[in-house]
Ligand binder design. Sequence first.
Ligand SMILES: C[S@@+](CC[C@H](N)C(=O)[O-])C[C@H]1O[C@@H](n2cnc3c(N)ncnc32)[C@H](O)[C@@H]1O
Length: 338
Amino acid sequence: MNWNALRRLRQRFLQFEQRDAGPGGKSAGIQTQPQAEPDRADYWRSHSELASYDFTFGERVGWKWDKVISELQTRGWTPPAGTALDWGCGTGIAGRRVAEAWPQQIQSLLLSDRSHPAQNFAVARARTTLPGLAVQTAAADTATDLLVLSHVLNELAPEALERLLGLAAKAQVVLWVEPGTHETSRKLIAVRERLLARFRVIAPCPHAAACGMLMPGNERHWCHHFARVPGYVHTDPGWGRFAQTLEIDLSSVPFSFLVLDRRPAVVKPDSREARVIGAPRYYKGYAKVLSCQGDGVNELVLQKRDAPELLKAMKKDPGSLYRWEREGEKIRGGEQIF
Ligand SMILES: C[S@@+](CC[C@H](N)C(=O)[O-])C[C@H]1O[C@@H](n2cnc3c(N)ncnc32)[C@H](O)[C@@H]1O
C-alpha cells in the first residue's frame, strides 16, 4: 500500500471540493465553477498509486455503485445491450461494477481517461476481473449507448463539462455517481436540469418535474444518499488503518447519483413513490424524513402511533424509496420499495 500516494490523493480531492465551494462555502451550481487549470492537470503518478487507490478509495466508490445497481435491479431496470463507456475511468471501478452487474447487456467495456497510466491500469484490471469481456481504451469523445460516470464532476473545467454533457446527450442511458456533498450534489442537480428534456429520470427522482431542491427554502438541503458498507470493513485491520491514516469515516459513505434513460417507459410511473433524502432523524415516538416526490421536497413526520411497523422497519433498515400513505405532512402508513 502506497500510503503517501493515498494521502496526496485525499488532499487533492478535498482541494477540488473546497475550491469549487468558493470562499463563501456553497456556490449556486455548475456555472460558477472557478477555473484552476494547473491543479486540474493529470495527477496519477505511478502504478502503485493507482493500485492503492483501486484497493481503497476505489473500493469505497464501488460500495456506492453497489447501492445504485442494487436499486436498479430491484426495480427491474436493465441497461440497453451494447457497449458501455466509463469516462474519466481512473482505475475503472465504475465500469467494472456495471459490467459485472449486467453481464447479458454489457457486451464490451470502453475505458477513457485523460491520464494514460490510469486508462491502461483500468483496462488491465478489467481484463483480469472480467476475462470474458471485450475491454478497450477509447478516446474521450467516443459516443456509446451507455455512459458511466463516476466522481468526475469536481475535476472538470466548464468547457470540459460542456463537452461531457454533449457526449451524455448522445447516449441512451447515463449512469452517474458522485460524492454526497452539498456542493457536488447541487452540481449534479444542475446537470439533471440540463439533460431533463432529452431523458427520463430513472433515479433518484421519483418524478419528472423540476428538482424540488431548487425551490425556495430548500437551499440548505442537498440530494444525497448512503451506501451500504460491507460488514467486514468495520473489523478488518487494513480498513481500520485506512480510516485512521486518512481520517475517513467508514461508517457513513454518502453519495449523489443520477440515472437517465432515453428509451420509452415500460411501466407507468407511480406518483405515490417518494425518495428519502439523506437519513431519517429519530426522536422519541416519531421520525422526521426529508422526502422527495411529485409535490416537491418536504419534511414529513412519521409518528409511531400512526404506523408502528413502518417506523420499526425504517429504524432497522432505512430504505431509500417508499410509497407513502400521506395526510399532508404526516405519513400515515406506507411500504418500502427499496
Ligand atoms: C476522482 S477520479 C475518479 C476515477 C473513477 N471514475 C472513480 O470513480 O474511481 C477522476 C478521474 O477523472 C479524470 N479526469 C479529470 N478530468 C478529466 C478530463 N477533462 N477528461 C478526462 N478525464 C478526466 C482523472 O484523470 C481521474 O482519473
